[in-house]
Ligand binder design. Structure first.
Ligand SMILES: [Ca+2]
Ligand SMILES: [Ca+2]
Ligand SMILES: [Ca+2]
Length: 176
């Protein structure tokens, strides 16, 4: 699965230099390890890394350089073949700390107040809210969109006002 997905990325970006498309390459080298190596050597430096994607544990991450509302941020991720980031492990939460910006993530309670769902529809399992968050209060307005935030008291999640413009972080999974 890793192999196919990686090749999809390679062939989408047309960065396989020899042997035509990714799919042709797959037939030539029907061996998982070789294919993965090929994809990395051709695709990562040439395309994804150039475009600012960072790889960690079967996902690529992209941090925006501009600010948008939560919905517009999500639209941007979708247009990149990704979605806003879903944080489903302590390791992932810790990894994302390196991006020291306030960033929208793929978590919202817009559909039902207080019920936080990831953009793939799943309910939050483990959460990393700041103490006192989610408080659902921006001077009387509801806060329905989650953001990663570095504060003096630490690093965690805050529910924010969805129409505010922040940086955002997309995640593109390459393995199930
Ligand atoms: Ca994730
Ligand atoms: Ca809310
Ligand atoms: Ca809040």
């Amino acid at each position: 699965a890793v192999c196919f997905n990686l090749l999809d990325i390679c062939s989408n970006k047309r960065k396989i230099k020899r042997g035509g498309t990714g799919k042709e390459r797959m037939k030539e080298n029907h061996n998982g390890t070789v294919n993965v190596t090929l994809c990395f050597s051709f695709s990562l430096p040439d395309q994804l890394l150039e475009d600012g994607w960072v790889y960690f544990r079967s996902s690529f991450y992209y941090v925006s350089s501009t600010n948008k509302t939560w919905q517009k941020s999500r639209d941007d991720c979708l247009s990149r073949g990704a979605d806003l980031t879903i944080i489903d492990s302590r390791e992932e939460q810790d990894f994302l700390r390196r991006f020291s910006k306030v960033m929208w993530i793929g978590l919202t309670d817009d559909a039902q107040e207080g019920t936080w769902r990831w953009v793939d529809g799943t309910l939050v399992n483990t959460s990393y809210w700041f103490k006192g968050e989610p408080n659902n209060d921006y001077y009387g307005k509801e806060e329905d969109c989650a953001q990663l935030n570095n504060r003096v008291e630490g690093y965690g999640w805050n529910d924010g006002f969805c129409d505010f413009q922040h940086h955002w972080i997309c995640e593109k999974k390459v393995a199930p």
